[in-house]
Design a protein around this ligand. Sequence first.
Ligand SMILES: C[S@@+](CC[C@H](N)C(=O)[O-])C[C@H]1O[C@@H](n2cnc3c(N)ncnc32)[C@H](O)[C@@H]1O
Length: 282
Amino acid sequence: MFLLNRGKAIVLSCASISQASYYTTAKRLDENYTHFGYKTVKTEEKAGRVLDVFSSVASKYDMMNDVMSGGLHRLWKDRMIQKLNPDNKAVLLDCAGGTGDIAFRFVNYVERQHSQFTDHPNVTVCDINNDILEVGKSRALERGVSLNWVCSNAEELPFPDQSFTCYTIAFGIRNCTNISKVLQEAYRVLRPGGRFVCLEFSHVSNPILSKIYDTYSFQVIPVMGEVIAGDWNSYQYLVESIRKFPAADEFKQMISNVGFKVVAYEPLTFGTCAIHSGFRLK
Ligand SMILES: C[S@@+](CC[C@H](N)C(=O)[O-])C[C@H]1O[C@@H](n2cnc3c(N)ncnc32)[C@H](O)[C@@H]1O
């Protein structure tokens, strides 16, 4: 969990928790149907609906992240990069990379840690949504950071096998239609020794905190979405999609199933998020 101490973020691990009560496994869908938030939709429709959500929020996306999380998403993302701890030879694929938040942090980290030795870090941001990539490209121009930008579905990556040493995905995988395919692709494009790190919303186990979190999620976030971004539905989808994402232990098992080793996760901020990680060993 994150605590703040005189302006410094301190990261403590919470106990690993099972949150089965949140994840609705009761209704097993056949492969022709999937979840889009709490709605059941045809599998082939989900990616288009997710595209619409992120096109709709693209211009306000960064500001809404700060408002909704009270700035906490910055600490979570910093922790993700700290955990990845890339060296100066790292070649990163940031999947579902959106407006480049993870990529910028990665570049800063490598340049800070290895200032004498490194060329400009090799970073590719991949996202299915061109509108959101365009916002990222403008941010990169303003910052004078050079990154590769690729528009593609995380389930079918346009990269050869073993192209990267690090694969990150932050708040992206729960939006994908087939999570196992995303994980298989992550494994395929990583070199042996490469690291997978995923930051994603998770589930709060403490019953009192979870009530407060639910109230905030369902009563406040869509209202903020409407007032600030003029878009209730996208933010309603956001909170529903979080509830539909597998519990941390279940997701950990999915990561192991595709071949990753030393698979682990670290809950953050009472379990609202978790950083999942694993290695491709051979
Ligand atoms: C909540 S945003 C996260 C963006 C960024 N990683 C961050 O943490 O700020 C989710 C992103 O996932 C992207 N996305 C959704 N489905 C995807 C897919 N199947 N393949 C690639 N990107 C996808 C969306 O377009 C969106 O930019």
